[in-house]
Design a protein around this ligand. Structure first.
Ligand code: PBG
Length: 319
C-alpha cells in the first residue's frame, strides 16, 4: 500500500485554513459581567486577573470595545444579603438596573441573566434553607420571582443556575403568566459540583457558609445523569441547555450534542480561566494560544455557545 500523505493538507497555512473543521467566532462567546452598586467602580477580582467588579456606568463603557460580542451574562454582586436572598428580585436591584441601562444603549445586545440565590443569601446556598436542607420547592418560587423581575427589566434570556428540580418549568410558567413568552431560558442543566468554581465564589462572595453544594449540583463521576438533567430541562421548556464546567466535561458536551437537537452552551468557568492565566505568567505558554486552543476544543466537542471570561479578548484575537 502506498503511503497516505495526510501531511499534504497540513503543509501550508492557507491550505490548513481551508480544510479546518472547527470555527470559533466572537459570536459564539457569551461574556459574563459582575455588576456592583455605585458609580465609577472598577475593582479587579484577585483570583481572576483581568476580570472586574464593575458598576453599571463602567459596564456600559466596557462594552464599547467588546468586539464581535453578541451576548452577555449578568451576575449581581449584592451588598446586603439575607437568609432568603430578597435583594435578588428587587425592582431596582443592581441586575435589574443594569439590564435597563444596557438595553437603552446597546439595543441589539442579547442580555442574559444568572438566576440563582447564592450571590444574595447570607448562607451562600443557591436556595432557601430549612433545617439545614435546601428546600427545592420553596426555592422555585423565589427563582420564578427573580426571573420575572429580570424579564420585566428587559432581559432577553434568563439562566437558572440553582440546580433545583423543576426550575425551568417553574420559570417558564411564571414568565408566560406575566406575558413574557418571548423571554428565553438558557438552562444550566448539567451543572457539576466542581472545584473549578473557586475564583467565582470569591467574585460573588458566595461560598456556602455550611456544607457544600453536592446535594443539588451533580456528582462528577456521572454522565448518564447529565443526559437526564438535560432531557428534563428540554421537556420543561429550555431554549438552550448548558454543561458546566467545560474543560473537564468535554465528554458530556459531546454526548449532549450527539443526543439532542438543541443549542448547547458550555461554561468555561472561573477556575479554568484562572488556570490559563497562571500558566501564561511565564513566557513558555501564551495566554492567547492556550485560550484559543481550549475554547476551540470546547467548540469541537459540540458546544454551540461558550461562556468565557476571555470574551473581550477573543474578538481582538480572532479579527
Ligand atoms: C451560581 C453560579 C456559579 C457559577 C455560575 N453561577 C457558582 C456556584 O455554583 O458556586 C460559577 C461560574 C464560574 O465559576 O465561573 N450558582
Amino acid at each position: 500500500m502506498q503511503t497516505v500523505r495526510l501531511r499534504r493538507l497540513r503543509e501550508k497555512e492557507f491550505i490548513r485554513e481551508w480544510v479546518s473543521e472547527t470555527a470559533l467566532y466572537p459570536k459564539h462567546i457569551i461574556l459574563p459581567y459582575f455588576v456592583v452598586e455605585g458609580r465609577n467602580v472598577k475593582k479587579e477580582i484577585r483570583s481572576m486577573p483581568g476580570v472586574y467588579h464593575l458598576s453599571i456606568d463602567n459596564v456600559l463603557k466596557d462594552l464599547k470595545d467588546a468586539y464581535g460580542i453578541k451576548a452577555i451574562l449578568l451576575f449581581g454582586v449584592a451588598k446586603t444579603k439575607d437568609a432568603i436572598g430578597s435583594e435578588s428580585y428587587k425592582k431596582n436591584g443592581v441586575v435589574q438596573e443594569a439590564i435597563k441601562s444596557i438595553k437603552k444603549k446597546y439595543n441589539d445586545l442579547i442580555i442574559m441573566t444568572d438566576v440563582c440565590l447564592c450571590g444574595y443569601t447570607s448562607h451562600g446556598h443557591c436556595g432557601i434553607v430549612r433545617n439545614k436542607r435546601i428546600d427545592n420547592d420553596e426555592t422555585l418560587e423565589v427563582l420564578a420571582k427573580i426571573a420575572v423581575s429580570h424579564a420585566n427589566a428587559g432581559a432577553d434570556f434568563v439562566a437558572p443556575s440553582a440546580m433545583m428540580d423543576g426550575q425551568v418549568k417553574a420559570i417558564r410558567q411564571a414568565l408566560d403568566k406575566k406575558g413574557y413568552q418571548d423571554v428565553g431560558i438558557l438552562a444550566y442543566s448539567a451543572k457539576y459540583a466542581s472545584n473549578f468554581y473557586g475564583p467565582f465564589r470569591e467574585a460573588l462572595d458566595s461560598a456556602p457558609q455550611f456544607g457544600d453544594r453536592k446535594s443539588y449540583q451533580m456528582d462528577y463521576r456521572n454522565s448518564d445523569e447529565a443526559l437526564r438533567e438535560i432531557k428534563q430541562d428540554i421537556d420543561e421548556g429550555a431554549d438552550i441547555v448548558m454543561v458546566k464546567p467545560a474543560l473537564a466535561y468535554l465528554d458530556i458536551i459531546y454526548r449532549a450534542k450527539q443526543k439532542f437537537n438543541i443549542p448547547i452552551a458550555a461554561y468555561n468557568v472561573s477556575g479554568e480561566y484562572s488556570a490559563i492565566k497562571k500558566l501564561s505568567e511565564g513566557d513558555k505558554m501564551k495566554e492567547e494560544e492556550l485560550a484559543l486552543e481550549v475554547l476551540t476544543s470546547i467548540k469541537r466537542a459540540g458546544a454551540d455557545l461558550i461562556i468565557s471570561y476571555f470574551g473581550k479578548k477573543i474578538g481582538k484575537w480572532l479579527c
